[in-house]
Write a protein that binds this ligand. Sequence first.
Ligand SMILES: [Cu+2]
Length: 133
Amino acid sequence: MARRIATAALGAVLAAAAGCVSVGDVDAKVAKDGYLDERESVQIVTTLLGGKNVFIPSTVVVSEGSGRRLTIYNTSDTPHGFQIPTLGVTAVLEPGKENVVALPPLKGGRIYSMICHLHPPHRHATLMVVRGP
Ligand SMILES: [Cu+2]
């Protein structure tokens, strides 16, 4: 324990001496200013995995704002649904194709459920919207 404290203190002293920005400073800046999202779209697949239909990634993170898009590739041979009920987003994902879903303007600090409205057992996914800069 004492060794950890000494190591952390030495790191802070060295960072200050070198004029570096510490991890704590970066965290404080991100918390204050929000996240800068350089992506125009986020890629997702809907696929069969272990006998279950799933969205991969199962948690998608985007920053707030307008013009966000999801491009969802359906690897299966049947259509799947895609819905974010509280945002009013509904699409049918054609098999073997990249399906583009435009999102409405998003506010940060929200978490939404993404579901397949065609197959209730299809595993749900999550859309997390973080605050922008
Ligand atoms: Cu489905």
